[in-house]
Design a protein around this ligand. Structure first.
Ligand SMILES: [Zn+2]
Length: 342
């Protein structure tokens, strides 16, 4: 009986790559390169075959056995993937041969576990709804995700962030969303998994509670400092948390890259000059233009030049340095007179 490596090479590396959906397959000498069928992307040199294993030199940065690839791409268990490979090769694979390349031995075990877990919760997603009442059951902990993103327990408490480990909101940081009076009107759940896993499993980065109309409120509206010199308007939750860590509570988030009519009215009620900061992408730029176009008739609006601070696509205030934020903000907003309080 032949081992997996020989069977695979007899079958054809390019054929196998095609079977698992790899794009831009190219032959270079005796070797094959393609885009990575695991994380996708359009780098046609990212994925390479060598001596029975495939390596992704890009996002994944790790080795995959043929069985690993089948497990991830087709969402199979180890025995199912082994059977699939045997069918493909038209020959049985010896257990002792495959024992060396089971995912148990590889560092990508966690990746595959997370993947399977996410796949399961996706099934659940189809027939479950979650309600506002569930909020009380979520854990009040500073989850590793928040710590890794550089947020303190004080910030977690300030925004009343929770963590959910079961049900439809499983493995999500739970974000209560309130109206201007501080009444909770909805929940957002931010997945703790990275974009690769979310893309692979077709999961959304955010879930929202039933009936929540994001365009009817602004995130952080009830806590936002109305006696500041100006108001900072951002797209997402993370930027609000970051600004809080830096000592800026004069900020609200639109919870997306669009401005609703109700949101526009709520912004004007602050009666403050506005500093709008969209994310560093096309949608963010469009949002900035929209806010300037719709609000500058009523109040001064300035655009925060995120593209001058970071070159990374999608970056927001949450990803930049405090010093950079303050340097630019001083330059832009310094000209507005301080509010005089009576
Ligand atoms: Zn990859």
């Amino acid at each position: 009986m032949t081992n997996v490596k020989e069977l695979l090479e007899d079958y054809g590396i390019d054929r196998f790559l095609e079977y698992v959906g790899a794009e831009k397959i190219r032959k270079i000498g005796d070797n094959f390169r393609s885009c990575c069928p695991i994380h996708g992307g359009d780098n046609s040199s990212a994925f390479s075959y060598h001596n029975g294993y495939f390596t992704c030199f890009s996002e994944c940065d790790r080795n995959y056995s043929p069985i690993d690839i089948l497990m991830i791409v087709f969402s199979l268990s180890y025995p199912e993937a082994k059977k699939r490979l045997e069918k493909l090769f038209g020959q049985e694979i010896e257990n002792e041969d495959t024992s060396e390349i089971t995912y148990e031995n590889l560092e990508n075990k966690k990746f595959i576990q997370d993947f399977k877990k996410l796949k399961e919760s996706q099934k659940q997603e189809e027939n479950t709804e979650f309600c506002l009442n569930d909020l009380a059951t979520y854990q009040k902990i500073t989850h590793e995700y928040l710590i890794n993103e550089g947020f303190s327990d004080e910030t977690r408490q300030f925004f009343d962030l929770r963590f959910c480990d079961k049900g439809i909101m499983r493995d999500r940081v739970v974000i209560p969303i309130d109206d201007k009076n501080g009444k909770i009107i909805g929940i957002a759940g931010r997945s703790i998994y990275d974009f690769r896993l979310l893309e692979l499993t077709g999961q959304s980065k955010y879930f929202f509670s039933k009936g929540l109309k994001k365009s009817n409120t602004l995130y952080n509206i009830s806590r936002a400092d109305r006696y500041s010199d100006y108001l900072i308007v951002v797209e997402g939750y993370k930027s609000i948390w970051r600004l809080h860590e830096w000592g800026y509570d004069n900020a609200v988030a639109l919870m997306g890259a669009s401005l609703g009519d109700k949101q526009l009215k709520l912004l004007l009620k602050f009666n403050l000059p506005i500093l709008i900061s969209g994310d560093n992408d096309k949608a963010g730029k469009n949002l900035q233009r929209e806010v300037v176009g719709k609000l500058s008739r009523y109040t001064p609006v300035e655009e925060f030049p995120i593209e001058k601070i970071t070159s990374k696509e999608n970056d927001s205030i949450a990803e930049i340095k405090k010093g950079d934020f303050e340097e630019w903000t001083k330059k832009i907003m310094g000209k507005y007179p301080k509010k005089i309080l009576f």
